[in-house]
Design a protein around this ligand. Structure first.
Ligand SMILES: [Zn+2]
Length: 221
């Protein structure tokens, strides 16, 4: 699963405003550029940024290691997040991957049953930089029946752009944003992104070759 770290716009704005005020105040100790503030200076502020965790490409991304299942991966991840009391987690779903795949269907069910949220990542992960706005909107709408089936009464109207590509022309970008707004969506921006799906395929290859040194290196990296 792709992993992305999301800072909500409101919380980020509060944190940034507090940092800026501290920097400009004549009473602020050690007046330094924001980027040079120490951790203790940041944590003394009343408001600080919080970072919701989101995961893209549910229920499946990348190759699957031998003898592993999507259900095991999703369950392990969701149970770990739950055990650590991490709230507000979203997984962004491409429902095409659910078709005819009981393992993927069970994986998404386990994710939701563990209390995790889901949102829209289009039906089959197209790029808005390549597709037309109309085709992209069709892809978003096509994802919705699967979302409402799994989320039940919970709100799934959050949208994450595949590849984080929001359109290669202002007209296309505005058209899709307008469509999302008209259909009640909130756009889930990304502030920090970790490409862990670049990790899973090399891990699978090392596993097949019993390359313990390679696996150790991957874990370290
Ligand atoms: Zn994606």
């Amino acid at each position: 699963m792709g992993c992305a770290w999301l800072v909500s716009a409101l919380q980020f704005a509060l944190g940034a405003a507090a940092l800026a005020a501290g920097q400009q105040s004549p009473r602020a100790p050690n007046r330094q550029p924001v980027g040079h503030r120490t951790a203790s200076q940041v944590w003394r502020l009343k408001s600080h940024p919080s970072v919701p965790l989101t995961f893209d490409d549910l229920p499946a991304a990348g190759g699957l290691s031998p003898d592993d299942t999507r259900l095991r991966i999703a369950s392990a991840l969701a149970n770990e997040l739950k055990a650590r009391h991490i709230k507000g987690v979203y997984g962004f779903v491409t429902a095409a991957d659910l078709q005819g795949d009981p393992d993927s269907q069970q994986a998404l069910g386990a994710w939701v049953n563990a209390g995790m949220n889901i949102g829209n990542h289009t039906w089959s992960h197209p790029s808005l930089n390549r597709d037309t706005a109309a085709e992209f909107e069709r892809q978003i709408a096509l994802d919705e029946p699967g979302l409402s089936q799994y989320a039940g009464k919970r709100d799934w109207r959050r949208f994450r752009y595949p590849y984080l590509e929001e359109g290669n022309t202002p007209r296309k970008r505005d058209a899709v944003r307008g469509w999302l707004h008209a259909h009640g969506y909130r756009i889930a921006d990304v502030t920090m992104n970790f490409e862990d799906d670049d990790w899973s395929d090399p891990y699978g290859r090392c596993l097949v070759q019993h390359d313990q040194a390679g696996i150790a290196w991957l874990k370290q990296s």
